[in-house]
Design a protein around this ligand. Structure first.
Ligand SMILES: Cc1cc2nc3c(=O)[nH]c(=O)nc-3n(C[C@H](O)[C@H](O)[C@H](O)COP(=O)(O)OP(=O)(O)OC[C@H]3O[C@@H](n4cnc5c(N)ncnc54)[C@H](O)[C@@H]3O)c2cc1C
Length: 478
């Protein structure tokens, strides 16, 4: 019987185990799967606190439906009806400009204007800024198709004002990243495609929206309307709990098992691995799948491959923090009609974004209460993630008071720190991934499947886990 070890019990580890169960069973391959997780809880970045009627997400709070794999997995696991979309009547996002929250104009998709009237009327951009953005229609496409930073791309096509007011706060909100180092090809590949295919982001985005209308899949019976961001009624932890329940008997989860090192044992033609944890040593493993962050994988393979370990340990990450606070609805004067707001770096504030969680999603708290979530840290202000929980909460409350005039007494509050929580896909990312895979190929059966390789979002993690499991099952079946 084959022995497979998965290190890490986050969404990548658990979905790899789930798909391995599925593909190995189909190929009638007997295997024992062992999942090692150092913490008491499974889920990794996915952590939901369900307390006093509030559903608080510490890490991710949704997945995107444009990439179908998370939704597909929920359906396969029988929780399709638990998936909920955003409250479209509140579909507005605000940007803090000169200390005021200004609504993003209708039709501004990511940072690209697609509707003329609201774009011309918005006070968000200056007249020269609008003219510069419109020049996207005439600026020729870059010919060589080479990678560039997101900052350089946006400046080239849409101008500095679009970068400062939209692109920078948007990527800070999604990746906690710095547009001046982020690889366009690896973070927003569609922008590059649009430029190459249509010669303009505006033309490309309009064409894409027309295409999307034709192909938008209808939700299955009993499921809500699909919106760009989807979540689960009881929080994303429902996906983790359901995955766990759906694992087959041949899969053993070992929590509070901190993997310390992996050793390769060569016996004639046969290669196997040995995993030492802080609890025990497991020998005779045929396949090891590492789903931990890169810096944790670096420690694990130190004895095995110094060069690989060094590349993994140098992979760039940034730190961030989230602070969720609940209030009585009657204590908050602000209407909170929207999904929240983004804060450009040029505003020089401590907070980088706020989600009006209970306006964006239903089921997050009772209607007499509201739930808000602030984001701190990121590439522009990483030190914030070092603050103690109390200081993080105080900072967020003081920022909300200054920006939204909120001075009410919280009824619940919780902060989460994410030290090196966000992998950064910087220029040269593809070369780094190629190097990792080339070196890993020297160790048959050693496989890397982390969110630092081919997509950070939950949907990408699930997709890459399915592909990884499929490849392993095919190799074992031969
Ligand atoms: C604040 C925040 C907000 C985010 N928001 C979104 C969002 O809204 N939508 C979205 O799609 N994505 C979002 N993301 C990204 C997404 O959450 C992650 O990319 C994804 O959850 C990563 O899952 P993973 O299983 O690959 O890694 P992880 O979740 O990091 O899991 C790795 C696991 O390995 C364990 N581990 C580490 N070292 C060892 C060891 N030596 N031995 C045993 N176990 C070990 C860890 O304890 C952990 O459980 C967000 C991320 C953060 C931090």
């Amino acid at each position: 019987m084959k022995q497979i070890a998965i290190i890490g019990g986050g969404i990548s580890g658990l979905s790899t185990a789930y798909y391995l169960n599925k593909f190995l069973k189909a190929k009638k391959i007997d295997a024992q799967i062992h999942i090692f997780e150092k913490e008491t809880n499974l889920g990794g970045n996915i952590t939901t606190l369900n307390k006093n009627g509030f559903i608080i997400e510490g890490g991710p709070d949704c997945f995107i439906s444009e990439k179908p794999w998370a939704l597909k997995l929920c359906r396969e696991l029988g929780i399709g009806a638990e998936v909920v979309g955003t409250n479209e009547e509140n579909k507005k996002t605000f940007i803090l400009v000169n200390k005021k929250l200004i609504e993003m104009p209708e039709g501004l998709m990511l940072m690209i204007p697609t509707k003329i009237k609201p774009f011309l009327e918005t006070p968000l951009f200056s007249l020269p800024g609008k003219i510069r953005m419109g020049m996207d229609l005439f600026i020729p496409a870059k010919k060589d198709g080479s990678d560039e930073t997101l900052g350089s791309f946006v400046r080239r096509r849409l101008g500095q004002e679009a970068l400062d007011k939209i692109a920078e706060p948007l990527v800070a909100g999604i990746h906690a990243g710095n547009p001046e180092t982020m690889s366009l090809k690896n973070t927003f590949p569609r922008f590059l495609e649009m430029e190459q295919k249509y010669g303009s982001l505006i033309k490309g985005m309009i064409a894409r929206m027309d295409e999307a209308k034709k192909f938008t899949k209808k939700p299955e019976t009993g499921e809500p309307k699909l919106t760009l961001f989807m979540t689960l009624k009881e929080g994303l932890i429902e996906l983790i709990d359901t995955l766990k329940l759906n694992l087959l008997d041949n899969t053993k989860i070992m929590i509070k098992n901190n993997a310390l090192s992996i050793n390769k044992i060569t016996n004639g033609d046969k290669i196997s691995y040995e995993i030492k944890t802080d609890v025990f040593t497991m020998k005779d493993i045929d396949t090891v799948i590492l789903t931990t962050p890169a810096y944790a994988a670096a420690e694990l393979v130190k004895n095995l491959d110094n060069e690989l370990s060094s590349i993994l340990s140098n992979f760039p990450y940034v730190s961030a923090a989230t602070v969720s606070v609940g209030f009585k609805r009657k204590d908050i004067k602000h209407p909170l009609h929207g999904f929240g707001f983004l804060v450009p770096k040029t505003e020089r504030r401590k907070i980088m974004a706020t989600t009006w969680t209970s306006s964006k999603f239903s089921h997050r708290c009772d209607k007499d209460y509201v739930l808000l979530r602030g984001f701190l840290g990121g590439a522009a202000n990483e030190k914030m993630a070092d603050l103690e929980e109390k200081e993080l909460i105080e900072t967020v409350l003081s920022e909300w008071n200054a920006i939204m005039g909120i001075s009410a007494e919280p009824v619940i509050q919780k902060a989460y720190r994410w030290k090196k929580g966000m992998p950064q896909y910087v220029i040269g990312h593809e070369t780094t991934v190629e190097k990792i895979e080339k070196l890993a190929a020297n160790h048959p059966g050693l496989i890397f499947n982390g969110n630092y390789l081919r997509g950070v979002g939950i949907a990408d993690c699930i997709h890459n886990s399915e592909l990884t499991a499929q490849k392993i099952a095919e190799t074992m079946g031969n």
